[in-house]
Design a protein around this ligand. Structure first.
Ligand SMILES: *Cc1c(COP(=O)(O)O)cnc(C)c1O
Length: 404
């Protein structure tokens, strides 16, 4: 056997297109909520691959589902359907408002499908001027050209002009501003129930209710981007149920495959008709390997045990973070829902989120940022109490260092 190629963190700089600036160590193994690097150092994982590894690393049931399917059938192409995809569709439909599902490979692709659906629906109705999309400042919907344009962070889109047109942004949680731009030319409104990348900012219930009413009044498609909030992250399967506001289209990805790439767009029978045969598609979408994994993931997450457990764990984090903040007051607010938690840094520590997560790495815990002023935690939904305690103890040491 040939030896594997020797790789170090330097190899990244040597060989990779530099769109990322990864940490200066390489993780090689994970189990539950712990990961280990090339040197054998252990870390408690409070990031979960950015809200992806919702059942931690190497979950035995998910691994078994992957291995079983890997020995059976990986891929067919969409000229042939398969059993795992149909089962997963039924699981999603039974658990949500949706009647129909479209599978793809990422959150961006799910949103891309949703936005295309809304444009085509209006056109099919014979209304060629009903093509306007309303989105919100600070939103994040993915990195394709359409979704990066729908996102409300110009830093991600400005270098790629000309951008798709017909997209208007208004301030998040400002219903009056939204009401000014939503009209009969609006084909879709896209919103995250909790803005994740934008800083862990929950929508006000009245804001989402108001968007629902505006979309109804103007016959626009209400799209909830639940790529980050979905699959149990907030303690409900999807966050829309917390709000009691039902969208027309819901997009999900990230935790759906717990690390195996998969995304989905959920919608109603009526809207699904818009995307008839040949109007949209993707090679890998709904392939048996991805959907077998997601089916196993779904069966575990969509249980009272796991969903209730998220609420319990939310409290463990809040208690621990509040205690840290009493000793070293660096957070002006701790917010979010379930296990999507954002800690806003005070003025004194503004811009230091990245530095705090780097110190956290040194202390043996992995945390995320959500913009320069927010430290974010999106751990496994089943992280054991011992790991929460140990991870927070390590995080406290990082905070102590930034304060000294
Ligand atoms: C991560 C994310 C996306 C993009 O998902 P990808 O799988 O990276 O394409 C879209 N919307 C939200 C809310 C996200 O958090």
């Amino acid at each position: 056997m040939e030896q594997p190629i020797a790789v170090t963190r330097q190899s990244f700089d040597d060989w990779m297109v530099p769109v990322y600036a990864p940490a200066d160590f390489i993780l090689v193994r994970g189990e539950g909520s712990q990961v280990w690097d090339q040197q054998g150092k252990s870390y408690i994982d409070f990031a979960g691959g950015i809200a992806v590894n919702a059942l931690g690393h190497a979950h035995p049931v998910v691994t078994a589902a992957l291995v079983e399917q890997a020995g059976k059938l990986w891929h067919l192409g969409n000229g042939y359907t398969n059993e795992p995809v149909l089962r997963l569709a039924k699981q999603l439909i039974d658990a949500t408002f949706a009647d129909k599902v479209f599978f793809c490979n990422s959150g961006a692709e799910a949103n891309e499908a949703a936005l295309k659906l809304a444009r085509k629906r209006a056109l099919d109705q014979g209304n060629s001027s009903k093509n306007q999309i309303v989105a919100f400042n600070n939103a994040f919907h993915g990195r394709t050209l359409f979704t990066v344009s729908a996102g409300g962070q110009p830093k991600y889109s400005k270098d790629f002009a000309p951008l798709p047109g017909g997209i208007t942004h208004t301030p998040f949680n400002d219903l009056a501003a939204a009401a000014e731009v939503i009209n009969d030319h609006t084909c879709a409104v896209i919103v995250e129930p909790i803005q994740g990348e934008g800083g862990v900012l929950p929508a006000d219930p009245a804001f989402l209710q108001g968007l629902r009413e505006l979309c109804d009044r103007h016959d626009a498609v209400l799209i909830f981007d639940e790529v980050q909030t979905g699959m149990g992250r907030t303690g409900e399967l999807y966050a829309y149920t917390h709000y009691g506001v039902v969208p027309d289209v819901l997009t999900t990805a990230k935790a759906l495959g717990c690390g195996f790439p998969i995304g989905a767009m959920l919608t109603t029978d009526e809207l699904a008709k818009t995307l008839g045969v040949g109007t949209h598609g993707t090679t890998y979408g709904g392939n048996p390997l991805a959907t077998a994994v997601a089916g196993a993931v779904f069966s575990i997450i969509n249980t009272p045990e796991v969903l209730e457990g998220v609420k319990q764990r939310h409290q463990w984090f809040l208690d621990g973070l509040n205690k840290i903040n009493q000793q070293y007051p660096i957070f002006s607010e701790i917010r979010g829902g379930g296990l999507l938690i954002g800690c806003q840094l005070t003025q004194d520590y503004a811009g230091k989120a990245k530095q705090i997560t780097q110190l956290a790495n040194e202390e043996g815990v992995i945390a995320l940022i959500a913009g320069p002023d927010v430290v974010r935690f999106t751990p496994s939904l089943i992280i054991p109490e011992q790991d929460v305690k140990e991870g927070l103890a390590r995080f406290a040491r990082a905070v102590a260092r930034i304060c000294s």
